[in-house]
Design a protein. Structure first.
Length: 178
């Protein structure tokens, strides 16, 4: 029994040692550096996808959706939020036209969600549409404000102070009393 156990452990150790010495098929194990393809999007979400994801997460929580419904909701919101973002960019400054066209997109979403949600869930959604729309608009305005602040800070990197300068904190030399 002891011989079999010793043989099995030696065989396991030899296999692991041999496997550790052979280069794997993964590029980083072969010493090859894989560069990121600059033509592809980064794994981070773009602002429109992030906006749709946040709205979908909020709706899924509030309406208590199951996995299938959440997946369908995400697909619907990805499409509709992309349309609304395009409308907002195309008609920037004309709030009346933006509201009219975004309301039409929201009506499309209502029809699509009616096929996905149960009657109770759709009733809850219908009652909360203005809340979801406000949540989406608030997020969009916050993110656009952050983006515009960032662009301004890059274009004009000077500090936004009223004549403040960077100087030493003490104007007199410190006495050493040791």
């Amino acid at each position: 029994m002891r011989k079999q156990l010793a043989t099995a452990s030696l065989l396991l150790a030899a296999t692991l040692a041999a496997n550790a010495q052979t280069p794997g098929t993964r590029p980083e194990r072969q010493g090859i550096v894989v560069k990121q393809d600059k033509t592809q999007e980064s794994p981070r979400l773009n602002p429109v996808q992030e906006r749709a994801k946040r709205l979908s997460d909020q709706m899924a929580r509030d309406l208590r959706l199951n996995g299938y419904q959440t997946a369908r909701l995400r697909a619907i919101n990805d499409d509709k939020v992309a349309k609304m973002a395009a409308i907002e960019q195309r008609h920037a400054g004309n709030q009346k036209l933006i509201n009219e066209q975004c309301d039409a997109v929201c009506k499309e979403r209502d029809k699509e969600l009616q096929a996905v949600l149960s009657n109770d869930q759709y009733s809850d959604y219908y009652d909360s549409r203005s809340t979801f729309r406000k949540y989406d608009r608030d997020y969009a305005s916050r993110s656009s404000q952050v983006n515009s602040d960032f662009v301004k800070s890059v274009q004009n990197p000077s500090p936004a102070s009223s004549g403040a300068t960077i100087a030493p904190s003490r104007t007199t030399s410190a006495k050493s009393g040791r």
